[in-house]
Ligand binder design. Structure first.
Ligand code: NAD
Length: 491
């Protein structure tokens, strides 16, 4: 057990950062709970609408007056790199702060989330002086070229499932491209990004370039999207919220928007797959962060010849999990973010069993724990039809459905048979089949003989169909934070 006393971690009440200064919100007050034990983490003082307007206004002024968008690109890069260094050095504060209020374990946050956040910012910082426009092939009596310019203020809205990492995906490219950012984190995990914003000021990034406003989605989130000075919106969250945000962008702009939305990603195991390796990957890909990852592999599609051994191996892996608090080093699967989310998961699983004929091979309900937190058992559901609620809808918990197929065509049809298209995994030792899969699957990312993103920031991530529009990470994410201007000179 790490030396970690949750009651000693008390986030400051000044949880909005406007113009480089931490201020207490004057809007609604939320109670932020610890998902691990249900205890009160801290009250969250949301920004008022007036404070939100002030934050956006300040950001627009700071972006212009500080010269952030037009300074020597390598100077901007150096400031961002210094910020990344401070984030890494701050791990002893940042990691417990993130762990106490989220579903990520302290062990994972120390090993991955904090170093990844810093490295993501470094990766995008490098773009500051490594891109340019294009000279066009015009007739010789003219000279035509394009210039990339920042939007000014980017409005960023983040979910609760990986608070630091999801924010870094937005902050890195937007700030490296010369924009100011106003970020609204989830009201369930609001505090760690406050620390990020204050570290940015400490690193010398001009005050007002990175602002945090706190609040609910339908009031402060919506007002941020609609603010006239916000030139671009970057959102990660559910498909339903993404649709509302896109409508708001259309009504108040139109302004461009990047939407990283929900998923219902298949993991396909062919008869020629390496059984032990594939089963272990499938089990991990739905229990990581207790299934609260947008790309969780929530549908197992297995060739009929391998169903029994694969299902058995996954059952054993599920039953070996040790469910517990985010601050217990022995925990292998942490809590569900909230009681509301837990009830939603429980409801879908209960209906699958009672109404849709599912059999829970293992799990099937809430997990009991010595703590009073929100926990769900890793659950494997068999016997559902492809159109059942639990097969079609995003559950965002550790729930895996299983279906069999007889041939490739059936596998592709099942895999593509939902409204989502975020990611897909394929397990096969047949190279040609792997290549066919990358074309046949309607998903923004296809993984073969692995599952999950790597730390290769250059690879973009984003969804097909109702899983989103546009990309985070990669060159695409950087370019999405720039607008392109055409210049044509008569010679
Ligand atoms: P959510 O849509 O409920 O909320 C996300 C954010 O949007 C929160 O900050 C919330 O306050 C805000 N919000 C809510 N309504 C709003 C509105 N009308 N206008 C503006 N902002 C609003 O999602 P969540 O429950 O926080 O996160 C889980 C979802 O996020 C899942 O669907 C998951 O798949 C998705 N997700 C996607 C990716 C990806 O890269 N595609 C990554 C992580 C999470």
């Amino acid at each position: 057990m790490t030396d970690f006393t949750p009651d000693r971690i008390r986030p400051a009440a000044e949880a909005n950062v406007i113009g480089g200064v931490a201020v207490r919100g004057e809007g609604r007050v939320f109670e932020v709970l610890r998902p691990s034990d249900g205890g009160l983490l801290a009250p969250l003082y949301s920004a008022s609408e007036a404070q939100l307007a002030e934050a956006v206004e300040n950001a627009a002024i700071a972006q212009k007056r500080s010269g952030w968008g037009v300074m020597e690109p390598r100077a901007r890069m150096r400031l961002l790199r210094r910020w990344a260094d401070l984030i890494e050095q701050d791990i002893d504060t940042l990691a417990p702060l993130e762990a106490v209020g989220s579903t990520r374990t302290l062990k994972e946050i120390r090993a991955w989330d904090v170093p990844y956040t810093a490295e993501c910012i470094r990766f995008f910082a490098e773009f500051a002086d490594k891109h340019g426009g294009e000279v066009a092939a015009t007739t010789q009596d003219k000279f035509g070229f394009t210039i990339n310019e920042p939007y000014g203020v980017v409005g960023a809205i983040a979910p609760w499932n990986l608070p630091l990492v999801m924010s870094a995906w937005k902050l890195g490219p937007a700030m490296a491209a010369g924009n100011a950012v106003v970020l609204k984190p989830s009201e369930m995990t609001p505090f760690s990004v406050v620390r990020l914003a204050l570290l940015a000021v400490e690193a010398g990034i001009p005050a007002g370039i990175f602002n945090v406003v706190q609040g609910g989605g339908i009031d402060i989130g919506d007002a941020l999207v609609r603010a006239p000075q916000v030139g671009k919106v970057s959102f990660t969250g559910s498909t339903r919220t993404g649709q509302a945000i896109m409508a708001a962008c259309a009504q108040t702009g139109p302004k461009p928007v990047t939407l990283e939305l929900g998923g219902k990603s298949p993991q396909i195991v062919f008869g020629d797959a390496e059984l032990d390796k594939a089963s272990a990957i499938v089990a991990k890909a739905i229990t990581l962060n207790a299934g609260q990852v947008c790309v969780s592999g929530s549908r197992l599609l297995v060739h009929e010849s391998l169903k029994d051994p694969v299902v058995d191996a996954i059952r054993k892996a599920f039953e070996a999990h040790r469910i517990g608090t985010t601050w217990d080093d022995a925990t292998t699967m942490g809590p569900i973010i909230s009681e509301g989310q837990l009830s939603m998961i429980d409801g879908i699983v209960a209906r699958a069993i009672a109404d849709d004929g599912a059999e829970a091979i293992t799990g099937g309900g809430r997990a009991t724990s010595p703590q009073q937190g929100s926990y769900f058992q890793p659950t494997l559901l068999d016997g559902l039809s492809p159109d059942a609620e639990a097969v079609q809808g995003e559950i965002f918990g550790p729930v895996l459905t299983v279906q069999t197929f007889a041939d490739e065509d059936e596998a592709w049809a099942l895999a593509n048979g939902t409204r989502y298209g975020l990611a897909a995994g394929v397990h096969t030792t047949d190279l040609s089949r792997a290549m066919r899969a990358t074309r046949a699957l309607e998903a923004g990312t296809v993984w073969v003989n692995r599952y999950g993103r790597s730390d290769d920031f250059i690879l973009p991530t984003g969804g097909y169909k109702q899983s989103g529009i546009g990309k985070d990470l990669g060159r695409e994410a950087y370019m999405a934070n720039c607008k392109s201007k055409t210049a044509l000179i008569g010679l």
